[in-house]
Design a protein around this ligand. Structure first.
Ligand code: PMV
Length: 327
């Protein structure tokens, strides 16, 4: 018998960066992952992780790559594997599950290069394990919000993959945000500057940003931007949404560059993509919402009525870079 689930990735426009001190105790196998600021994201249903779980006689829980057509091959690092299996052990205890299991998982996009594969992986693991626990151990029903909040223990950003198209995570609340339909069916493109693995993991980034002098005031800045962004989207003021999102990802990357020791993810190609977006905005007074996660890849969001700009950007960039897009 196999229990399976798919979960989407998400891209934050207001970034979760930094955890409360109580969340950072060394040696905790499943940290609480309490964010120091609210975050707000767009769910990406075309970028998914699939998790399949079956019973195992091996006397331990194991993980293997799920080989499937259109799925990317990746090597899970030892740290990544430990984090994944520790979280699974935590879920087993929470759901009162007995026995050992074999977990297979795979993504239809490259992992560890700034496309938030941890969000979709931990959300899919939570959902597949919950299905198993419901069927095999008859546990009570959990709400989506309860599942999202438990998934946060595996990876903070995964809690936002439970809701869409827009999701807000603020302290211990995770919920869907309703916005006008034109803003709820966006086209997404991620320009893969590089598929090499990240040098500094997001877990390490969350710790290190607190050493930046710019970290003071970060929560206030994100709250102001969150308010401005939600209002801009609700009123369909796309240029304001672009400006707020642009300022926000630079804020997060400025924290990285001013941490001790400093670190960063930009590559020359990231600047090339950003420059194209900036030129579009200044020449046409229109363009995509732009953002970057903890990686060198640039994410672009377009409204459906911007298909022409979308095709122009894709055409131009696909000559130099690999692109993954929702259409
Ligand atoms: O979920 P984590 O711990 O991998 O955090 C990732 C946070 C960012 O992707 C960098 C930003 C965000 O809000 O998704």
């Amino acid at each position: 018998m196999t229990w399976s689930a798919n979960a989407p990735s998400n891209i934050a426009l207001i970034k979760y960066m930094g955890k409360k001190k109580t969340s950072l105790h060394e040696g905790q196998t499943t940290p609480a992952n309490e964010a120091t600021n609210p975050s707000f994201s767009y769910t990406l249903p075309h970028l998914i992780t699939r998790v399949e779980i079956s019973e195992s006689m091996s006397g331990e829980d194991t993980w293997q790559l799920l080989e499937q057509k259109d799925f990317y091959h990746f090597e899970m690092s030892q740290t990544g594997l430990t984090k994944f299996l520790n979280y699974f052990a935590f879920l087993k205890t929470k759901f009162g599950m007995k026995g050992y299991y074999q977990i297979h998982s795979g993504n239809n996009f490259p992992a560890d290069c700034g496309i938030a594969s941890s969000a979709s992986s931990f959300a899919a693991l939570t959902l597949a394990t919950y299905k198993l626990a419901r069927e095999k151990f008859q546990i009570n029903e959990w709400t989506m919000e309860q599942l999202a909040l438990i998934s946060r223990r595996g990876s903070g950003s995964s809690c936002r993959s439970f809701f869409g198209p827009w999701c807000l995570w603020d302290d211990s609340v995770v919920r869907q945000v309703n916005l006008p339909v034109e803003i709820s069916e966006l086209l997404h493109m991620v320009v893969l500057s590089s598929a090499t693995k990240k040098k500094v993991s997001s877990s390490e980034a969350h710790k290190r940003v607190s050493t930046s002098l710019l970290f003071d005031g970060r929560e206030e800045r994100t709250r102001l931007r969150l308010q401005a962004l939600q209002l801009a989207l609700a009123e369909k003021k796309w240029n304001v949404a672009f400006e707020v999102s642009w300022a926000e990802f630079w804020d997060m990357h400025a924290l990285f560059e001013t941490s001790h020791p400093s670190f960063g993810y930009f590559e020359a190609s990231s600047f090339e993509v950003l420059d194209l977006a900036r030129t579009l905005w200044s020449e046409k007074n229109d363009g995509p919402i732009v953002t970057m996660d903890a990686g060198p890849n640039v994410h672009l969001l377009f409204r459906k009525d911007q298909k022409e700009i979308f095709s122009f950007v894709r055409e131009k960039l696909s000559k130099r870079f690999k692109i993954i897009s929702s259409i």
